[in-house]
Write a protein that binds this ligand. Structure first.
Ligand code: GRF
Length: 215
């Protein structure tokens, strides 16, 4: 087996996606090593999950820095020292500045609860319900300087049932998310998925559109 993929996982809250990745690595489904878990929130439950598994954790609290730029610089310097193959945003609520994204160009992944390019940004569940959409979804994409706009690698769609509330969409979306990050990281770890010049290739072929997740 090739060398495990080195990951830095960035969180802000519950860390259920982090847990899914931890479990997938432990089960041998993902050839990766979590080099660090970073949180911008001291109270994030994900930190408890990480500590329980003996993972290296670091807190970067925005309040400890005079500006967003200084915060990003401190985080950048730390991640440079860790030198991960990929930075995995898993519910990380801080919007990274373009300098940071350029520094780790083509190495940052994000999971977003919508069928990108539809519903970028926050409160996606609320907005799809307000617009009476029939379908909603989850996307894993490469991060570029424009918010939620980088190439989508894997996407799952699910129907919105009559009477669904935000919590229902959250539950359905999370169940998919917990399978999707391990899927993508598993492919990267096996070099089935590669990123070249900011473009994703699956089994050597350029991904012209996202892979549809099949659970
Ligand atoms: C997920 O729903 C993800 O789509 C969004 O933030 C949430 C993180 O959840 N970006 P968790 O902290 O992994 O439980």
């Amino acid at each position: 087996m090739s060398k495990p993929l080195g990951l830095a996982i960035l969180i802000s809250g519950n860390g259920s996606n982090l847990q899914a990745v931890i479990d997938a690595i432990a089960a041998g489904r993902v050839n990766a090593e979590i080099k660090t878990v970073v949180s911008d929130n001291r109270e994030a439950h994900g930190l408890v999950r990480a500590a329980k598994h003996g993972l290296n954790t670091r807190i970067f609290d925005r309040h400890d820095y005079d500006s967003r730029k200084q915060f990003d610089l401190a985080l950048q310097q730390y991640l440079q020292s860790v030198n991960p193959d990929y930075i995995v945003l898993a519910g990380f609520m801080h919007i990274l500045r373009s300098d940071f994204i350029l520094e780790f160009k083509h190495k940052i992944l994000n999971i977003h609860p919508s069928l990108l390019p539809a519903y970028k940004g926050l409160n996606t569940h609320q907005r799809v319900l307000e617009n009476a959409e029939t379908h909603h979804g989850v996307s894993i994409h490469l991060v570029t300087a424009e918010l939620d706009a980088g190439p989508v690698i894997l996407q799952a769609s699910y129907p919105i049932e009559k009477g669904n509330r935000v919590e229902d969409l959250q539950t359905t979306g999370r169940q998919l998310e917990h399978k999707m990050y391990p899927q993508v990281l598993g492919w990267l770890g096996d070099a089935k998925l590669t990123i070249d010049g900011g473009r994703p290739f699956y089994e050597g072929a350029l991904l012209e559109k996202p892979i549809i997740f099949n659970s």
